[in-house]
Design a protein around this ligand. Structure first.
Ligand SMILES: [Zn+2]
Ligand SMILES: [Zn+2]
Length: 240
């Protein structure tokens, strides 16, 4: 239990680091960020499909929980949110008011909560599963922090609001990890819901972002991410 919370805290730090990259203004390499998005997408997709799904399907109603998790992210991050995507915010025409940034923050809260639920429920099943999910979640946290801080700033909010926003989603991830072991429905169905959330983030948030840049680095990183998952998975066999 404590391992899940510690790892969720470490992953949440990634949100803050991503936010700091935008807010402290060092030169950010677009290529490196795109490669990280592609790599994270490949790794997360593999973890969701190979590790999380089979465990979730074993539960009564597990498949339904996967679909609900998937739809929850679409509803909160896109249906109810006017403008949010991974990658830095470059669509000036969509930044019509400060509310666009605030909605992006609110839309990311449920997703960020389930990032923590995913890690915590992974550790409830086994150390191996917990660690694999932790790596998967960690890989998309820096891009999440970058995306959120940049949409909050681009929509006209001040830097304090942007700092608050990345701290908010980081806190939500830790909260998800804290609550999972003590709320019975979350302890039971958290992994299945998080499988749907992770599938959405990988296949419907990160992959579309990795489709834009036609470079070998960005395109190749998706396959490398899935391959690295496979190698890590083999190395961790026997480690429970
Ligand atoms: Zn945009
Ligand atoms: Zn996330």
């Amino acid at each position: 239990m404590i391992r899940g919370i510690l790892c969720a805290g470490l992953a949440a730090l990634g949100d803050v680091i991503g936010g700091l990259l935008v807010l402290t203004g060092p030169e950010r390499s677009r290529r490196a960020l795109n490669a990280l998005v592609g790599f994270g997408a490949g790794f997360m997709l593999a973890v969701a499909l190979v590790e999380m799904m089979p465990k979730a399907i074993g539960l009564p109603g597990g498949l339904l929980a996967i679909v609900l998790g998937y739809l929850l992210v679409h509803l909160t991050q896109h249906t109810l949110t006017p403008h949010f995507h991974f990658g830095e915010e470059t669509h000036g025409e969509a930044m019509v008011s400060r509310g666009v940034g605030v909605y992006a923050l609110v839309g990311l809260l449920p997703h960020s909560f389930f990032d923590g639920v995913a890690i915590s429920s992974g550790f409830l099943a086994s150390n191996r599963l917990g660690l694999l999910i932790f790596i998967a979640i960690l890989l998309h946290k820096v891009p999440t922090g970058v995306s959120l801080a940049s949409v909050v700033l681009a929509s006209g909010n001040d830097r304090r609001t942007a700092y608050g926003a990345v701290l908010g989603i980081a806190a939500e991830t830790i909260l998800g990890a804290l609550l999972t072991p003590i709320i019975p429905p979350l302890a039971e169905y958290g992994l299945a819901l998080a499988a749907g959330v992770t599938l959405y983030v990988a296949a419907s948030n990160l992959v579309p972002e990795a489709q834009h840049e036609r470079s070998w680095l960005t395109q190749g990183s998706l396959f490398v991410g899935a391959l690295v998952f496979y190698v890590v998975d083999i190395l961790m066999r026997g480690f429970e």
